[in-house]
Ligand binder design. Structure first.
Ligand SMILES: C[S@@+](CC[C@H](N)C(=O)[O-])C[C@H]1O[C@@H](n2cnc3c(N)ncnc32)[C@H](O)[C@@H]1O
Length: 263
């Protein structure tokens, strides 16, 4: 897959390219290319943004600059490019990235182009006319699209064959089809007992069918309860006694809200 990033800060991606799973993907023939719209801007002095019509703070990335950059990268008009290539405008208000969306992107035959905003963001015509998708990595605001682009690419790259050392690691993961879209079950490693904190005995049983059933049940529980700031112990299977981590926030009172695992 070809992953192209339009960014005013291409050097941010140098570190990303050196990470093991990203290197693996590159060795498998996948590509990560970065393009700085300043290099192709039709404006003088490397200008890429302008003040917003209607007034207000900050600068807005210009539509003509992004249009020209895409045209030069692919040698075709951007309206032609978007017919067979996903062009993702990274923007806080976009479609929220989740595992299903990542699967969709990883299966794209035509490659992905990621547009990183900065300052006040994009001229809306970039999002509406040039991009095929508006993508958000969460309901908060980052200083720029670079980290968001890395989040998207990291999640996509993990799905590409050959990028992870152990292929099975990407199959049975939180939110995957293999787990029915639920979060992953808990993992434990040695020591089996530490400070009186025991691991669920089923994991030491050697009975793979029972372990699989136990894991699926834990995963489903997490799916029902939803995300928790601190997942509780699997009901009654670890050492009895108070929660060694105490209530969230370190206060002395009980955690707020009913304990979904109680009883
Ligand atoms: C400072 S932000 C602009 C925020 C914009 N004025 C707003 O209120 O939505 C600059 C750029 O960072 C990127 N960005 C920030 N937060 C993001 C998020 N949660 N998801 C995706 N991209 C984000 C976008 O590319 C955005 O254009």
């Amino acid at each position: 897959m070809q992953l192209d990033v339009l960014t005013l800060f291409p050097e941010w991606f140098e570190w990303f390219r050196t990470q093991r799973h990203v290197r693996n993907a590159i060795e498998q023939g996948h590509e990560i290319r970065t393009f700085d719209p300043r290099a192709t801007t039709p404006l003088t002095g490397g200008q890429v943004d302008d003040t917003p019509f209607g007034g207000g703070a900050g600068m807005v990335l210009r539509v003509d600059v992004i249009d020209q950059a895409i045209g030069e990268i692919y040698g075709k008009d951007s309206l032609e490019i978007r017919k067979d290539r996903r062009i993702l405008a990274l923007t806080p208000g976009g479609r929220m990235l989740d595992d299903r969306f990542v699967d969709e992107l990883a299966a794209e035959p035509g490659g992905l182009t990621l547009l990183c905003g900065r300052y006040e963001g994009f001229d809306e015509r970039i999002v509406q006319r040039i991009a095929t998708d508006a993508v958000s990595v969460g309901r908060y605001v980052l200083a720029g699209g670079e980290l968001a682009a890395m989040v998207v690419m990291d999640a996509v790259i993990r799905k590409l064959p050959g990028s992870l050392g152990h292929e099975a690691s990407a199959v049975e993961e939180s939110f995957s089809t293999a787990l029915g879209g639920d979060p992953e079950y808990p993992h434990y490693t040695r020591p089996a007992e530490y400070r009186g904190w025991e691991i669920p005995q089923v994991l030491l049983s050697g009975n793979h069918a029972e372990i699989a059933t136990w894991r699926r049940a834990r995963s489903r529980e997490r799916g029902v309860v939803g995300p928790t700031a601190h997942p509780p112990d699997p009901a009654g299977e670890t050492a009895a006694g108070p929660d060694p981590f105490g209530p969230i926030g370190g206060g002395g009172g009980a955690p707020s809200g009913p304990d979904p695992f109680a009883g």
